[in-house]
Design a protein. Structure first.
Length: 181
């Protein structure tokens, strides 16, 4: 694997790993603040970020050794509304800046496994940002997110709150394998 793509994957792995833990913490806070569906959304998205980190780690399977990993990460435990804004900001950074740049490098270097992992991630992050925005709008009105279900595609990290999809719109996995929160 080319050095630039490997470095970008390590950075993405670090960022996704930190988002995984941050969303777990923010999910607990949402529960305590009286927003259990927002808590479920945070937990589902936390596992989605773990899916992305795992895809990146597996793409790096031949890169062995210890590396310093630089990754952006939001910190702070605020209100559920503040935490949702932090989540939106992080997802939008990945969608608008991080993944487009990383994908451009991987395309230039013809790194197919890295591209697959990054393309799954960027498409899922768009959905995450949208769902966090809906959740924030509800919380800012003093209400919990209305959702029939909170489901996760364990292949690519897609999250849905409707359960209307027969197949994952990103990776085409069957709905039967989705994890319910």
């Amino acid at each position: 694997m080319h050095a630039m793509t490997a470095e970008n994957l390590r950075s993405a792995y670090g960022g996704e790993s930190q988002a995984h833990m941050r969303y777990r913490i923010w999910g607990d806070k949402a529960d305590k603040d009286g927003f259990p569906t927002v808590g479920r959304l945070f937990r589902a998205t936390s596992e989605a970020e773990e899916v992305h980190a795992t895809l990146h780690f597996k793409a790096l399977k031949d890169e062995k050794g210890d590396f310093s990993v630089t990754a952006g990460a939001g910190f702070g435990l605020g209100t559920t509304s503040e935490n949702l804004q932090g989540a939106i900001n992080g997802e939008m950074f990945e969608v608008e800046q991080m993944y487009p740049a990383y994908i451009a490098v991987a395309e230039m270097q013809d790194e197919k496994t890295a591209l697959s992992a990054m393309r799954f991630a960027i498409e899922a992050e768009k959905v995450h940002a949208n769902l966090f925005t809906k959740a924030k709008e509800a919380v800012d009105k003093g209400k919990d997110l209305e959702a029939d279900e909170v489901l996760l595609c364990p292949v690519c990290g897609f999250v849905t709150i409707t359960g209307e999809e027969d197949n994952c719109p990103i990776c085409k996995a069957k709905k039967e394998i989705f994890k319910k929160f």
